[in-house]
Design a protein around this ligand. Structure first.
Ligand code: PA5
Length: 444
C-alpha cells in the first residue's frame, strides 16, 4: 500500500517555515503552536481533554477485524442480491462518510459500481419534491433500505423513514419489509431503537463513544459501503495503516502528517489571521469527500467564535468562477489541495493535421498530464502571485486503501487542531439552535 504524503512546497514563507519545523527547526513564532499541538496529542492519547467520552473513533481501525466485518458483509450480500436500489437514510455524520467513499469510487458516468445496487439518499434534507420523486421511482424498483441515526430522534431521517417504511410495507407486505430494513442506532435509547426492537429489524450499534462525524468506520459507514460494493476490508487496512503512522508513543514531527496538517492550519489561523480553509482538488470524484471534510471540521471547530471556515472548490471547473476571488480577492485563505497521483485510465489527446483549434501543443499527451500542469500552475499562481499558502495532500491512487488512510488522517488532525484551539472538538451545541426554533414553529 502506498502512503499519503504532504507537500508544503507551495506555501512560500509559511511553507518554508513549516518544512523547517517538520525537520526539527521550529521558528520562534511557531514554538507556542508546537507546544499546543504536542499538548493536544497528549490529552488525546491520555483521554484527558474535553469531550473525552467521545474518543472511541481513535481505536476503530484496529477493531475492524474479520470477525467484526463478517456480519456486516453477510447482511450486505443479502441486500445486494435483492435490490436494484438501496436507500440510505441519514443526515450529517450519519450519511456523509458513506457518500464520500461511494461517490469517490463509483464510475463517474455510471449510476453505481458494477453489479451493485444504485445507492439513493434520503433524510439528508427536507425537500418535498425530492421525496415525491424518490417514492415514485421506488414504485418501479426492487429495493432495500437502511436508516441511520445515532440519537434515533433526528427530524429529517425520522420523517424520511416514516415515509419509506410505509412505502416498503405497502409494496412488499410487513413481513418482507422487515427483512428489507436495517437500522443503525444507539444500543439502548432513542425512538429508532424502540421501533427497531419492536419490528425486529436487523440492527447495528453506533458506539456510545463515537460521535456522528467520526463514525464512518463503524456500521454507519461500513454497512452502506458494503451494500454499494465497496471493499470495506481494504478501507479498514488503509485506516489501520494511518493509525500505525500516527500513534507512536512520542510525537515524531517528521512523520506524523496529522500533526503537520494541524500545525499548518493553526499556524495560519492563530499566527497569520487566515479565516478560511479552502479544500480543493482537480478531480471531481472528491466532491463528497470535501463535503464530509467540511462537516468534520466545521462542526468540530466552529465554536466559541473560533475556527477556520471550511470551504471547498472543484478545479479546474471553479477556476472559472471562484478562481478570480482566490487569486485576487480578500486574502482570507489557506488552501489544502487533495492531489491524486495516479488515475485509473489513459486518454491521449490526438494529433490534428489542420490544428485549427490550436491545441497541437498538447497532442500525444494524456489528459491527466494537462490536468497535472493545471494543478502545478494553479499552486504556483495561488501561492506566489496570490499569497495563498498551499498545502498539497498527495493521494497515491483513488481506491479503498487510500481513502481509509485519508479518513483517519483527517479525523486525527481535526482532533489535534481543535484541541490546539482550546475547544471541545467532539460536541456540537450550536446545532440545537435551529432545531429549537423549528420545533416551536411546528408546535412540538
Ligand atoms: O456529527 C454529528 O454528530 C452530527 O452531524 C450527526 O451525525 C447528525 O446530526 C445526525 O445525528 P443522528 O445520527 O443522531 O441522527
Amino acid at each position: 500500500m502506498k502512503d499519503i504524503s504532504l507537500d508544503f512546497r507551495f506555501g512560500l514563507e509559511a511553507g518554508k517555515s513549516l518544512q523547517a519545523a517538520i525537520a526539527g527547526d521550529f521558528s520562534q513564532d511557531m514554538l507556542p503552536l508546537k507546544e499546543k499541538i504536542e499538548h493536544a496529542r497528549r490529552i488525546l492519547l491520555d483521554g484527558t481533554g474535553p469531550g473525552n467520552d467521545f474518543l472511541g473513533w481513535l481505536r476503530l481501525p484496529e477493531m475492524l477485524t474479520e470477525e467484526a466485518l463478517a456480519p456486516i458483509l453477510e447482511k450486505a450480500a443479502e441486500f445486494r442480491k435483492k435490490s436494484h436500489v438501496f436507500v440510505c437514510i441519514g443526515i450529517g455524520g450519519s450519511y456523509l462518510g458513506a457518500r464520500a467513499v461511494i461517490e469517490a469510487l463509483k464510475p463517474q458516468l455510471a449510476p453505481a459500481l458494477p453489479d451493485s445496487p444504485l445507492v439513493l439518499y434520503a433524510g439528508h434534507h427536507l425537500g418535498e419534491d425530492y421525496m415525491a420523486e424518490l417514492l415514485a421511482s421506488l414504485d418501479r424498483f426492487e429495493y432495500t433500505l437502511c436508516v441511520i441515526s445515532k440519537s434515533g430522534t433526528t427530524t429529517e431521517p425520522a420523517i424520511a423513514f416514516r415515509l419509506l417504511r410505509g412505502h416498503l410495507e405497502k409494496k412488499y407486505g410487513k413481513a418482507e419489509a422487515r427483512r428489507r430494513i436495517v437500522a443503525i442506532t444507539d444500543k439502548a435509547k432513542g425512538a429508532l431503537k424502540i421501533l427497531a426492537d419492536q419490528e425486529g429489524y436487523t440492527s447495528y450499534v453506533v458506539p456510545d463513544n463515537v460521535g456522528g462525524r467520526f463514525s464512518v468506520l463503524t456500521p454507519v459507514g461500513l454497512f452502506p459501503l458494503a451494500v454499494a460494493g465497496i471493499d470495506i476490508r481494504a478501507l479498514a487496512r488503509g485506516a489501520q495503516r494511518m493509525r500505525q503512522r500516527l500513534s507512536g508513543e512520542n510525537l515524531d514531527w517528521s512523520s506524523n502528517i496529522a500533526a503537520q496538517y494541524a500545525l499548518f492550519r493553526q499556524f495560519l489561523y492563530q499566527g497569520k489571521g487566515k479565516k478560511i480553509e479552502l479544500l480543493s482538488s482537480f478531480d471531481s470524484r472528491f466532491h463528497y469527500l470535501c463535503q464530509w471534510w467540511t462537516q468534520l471540521f466545521g462542526e468540530s471547530e466552529g465554536k466559541q467564535h473560533k475556527g477556520l471556515f471550511p470551504a471547498q472548490a472543484a478545479f479546474t471547473t471553479d477556476l472559472h468562477s471562484l478562481g478570480q476571488y482566490i487569486q485576487d480577492g480578500e486574502r482570507l485563505f489557506l488552501e489544502t489541495l487533495l492531489s491524486l497521483q495516479e488515475g485509473n485510465s489513459r486518454v491521449e489527446i490526438p494529433c490534428d493535421e489542420e490544428n485549427l483549434d490550436g491545441m497541437d501543443f498538447v497532442a500525444g499527451k494524456r489528459v491527466s498530464f494537462v490536468n497535472e500542469k493545471a494543478e502545478e500552475g494553479t499552486c504556483m499562481a495561488h501561492s506566489q502571485e496570490g499569497g495563498v499558502p498551499v498545502l498539497r495532500i498527495r493521494i497515491p491512487s483513488l481506491d479503498e486503501a487510500s481513502l481509509g488512510q485519508l479518513l483517519y488522517f483527517f479525523e486525527y488532525a481535526c482532533a489535534l487542531s481543535g484541541y490546539a484551539m482550546d475547544i471541545n472538538p467532539f460536541d456540537q451545541p450550536g446545532v440545537e439552535a435551529y432545531k429549537k426554533n423549528m420545533f416551536r414553529l411546528l408546535g412540538k
